[in-house]
Design a protein around this ligand. Structure first.
Ligand SMILES: NC(=O)c1ccc[n+]([C@@H]2O[C@H](COP(=O)([O-])OP(=O)(O)OC[C@H]3O[C@@H](n4cnc5c(N)ncnc54)[C@H](O)[C@@H]3O)[C@@H](O)[C@H]2O)c1
Length: 259
């Protein structure tokens, strides 16, 4: 065990079959938490839960669907007897390459992005909050993105939803902080997840261009990896992060700094 600061904590991670969410499940379990890996990709979430060990289990959820979210949260509460934390991390990234610009973006792409990345986060918040409020100290961590604060010529739908997640987080932090629920945002910069690594290996020339592009904007020795975020989420869900409320935590190697 890395440390024991999450022993006994009951946590759900929405969007946990791959990438940052999968790494977070492993990290939370390594710190002693009981974790539910929730994802639209149930097979992937099941593999993540099995690999993490402990009392981890997987549920299917489509966070754009209210009934599905309610069922997933009920399943965790039934299994663990309550809930102490939630990491709301899911985003539909299949459409991100079609998220061209404000003049040309297909409205179906925009609507799906809003349905998952924004409305879905509200649905998850509404489902977990009544359970979190039963405890004296509980926490929500949302995954937003540096794109909410940066300026980009592409992917307007994505950036708009991530800015909305930041606003939702601040609302929750200010409305329910006094009742014991903290809310914060993890804002990753460009992160090479395990899945991205495989794609990059399959197309090294294109991958090299992307890596060079992001490294040129990152005052660090390397690009980010999923595990860089998992430890920060664990901190925000633990007593070590108890006094952090309403914060956007940039985890990006310094790429958003102004020179
Ligand atoms: N990787 C990066 O460079 C980067 C940078 C900034 C922000 N982020 C954010 O980090 C989070 C995780 O991204 P990632 O890079 O690990 O990507 P990922 O695609 O590996 O992870 C997203 C997870 O969400 C799940 N998901 C998608 N739609 C869902 C739905 N409707 N209901 C439930 N689950 C659903 C996917 O199946 C997947 O497991 C996302 O919110 C993303 O926007 C990532």
């Amino acid at each position: 065990m890395i440390n024991s600061r999450l022993i006994g904590r009951r946590i759900i991670v929405f969007g946990s079959a791959t990438g940052i969410g999968a790494a977070t499940v492993a990290r939370l379990v390594a710190e002693g938490a009981r974790v539910c890996a929730a994802d639209i990709n149930f097979e992937g979430a099941t593999k993540v839960a099995e690999a993490a060990g402990g009392e981890t289990f997987a549920v299917h959820v489509d966070i754009a669907d209210e009934t599905s979210v309610t069922q997933a949260v009920n399943a965790v509460v039934e299994r663990f007897g309550g809930l102490d934390g939630a990491h709301i991390n899911a985003a539909d990234l299949r459409v991100i390459l079609q998220d061209s610009d404000a003049l040309n973006v297909d409205l179906d792409v925009f609507d799906r992005t809003v349905a998952v990345n924004l409305r879905g986060h509200l649905l998850c918040t509404r489902a977990v909050l009544p359970h979190l409020l039963k405890n004296k100290a509980s926490a929500i961590v949302y995954t937003s993105s540096g794109s909410a604060q940066g300026a980009e010529p592409t992917r307007p739908s994505y950036a708009m939803t991530k800015a909305g997640v930041n606003a939702l987080m601040r609302h929750v932090a200010s409305r329910w902080g006094r009742e014991g629920v903290t809310a914060n945002v993890l804002a990753p910069g460009f992160t090479v997840t395990g899945e991205m690594k495989s794609q990059m290996e399959a197309n090294p020339e294109e991958a090299g261009k992307w890596a060079d592009f992001f490294m040129a904007r990152t005052p660090h020795t390397r690009l980010g990896e999923s595990e860089d975020h998992a430890g920060v989420v664990a901190l925000l869900l633990s007593d070590d992060g108890r006094w952090i409320n309403g914060a956007i935590v940039d985890v990006n190697g310094g790429s958003l700094m102004r020179g």
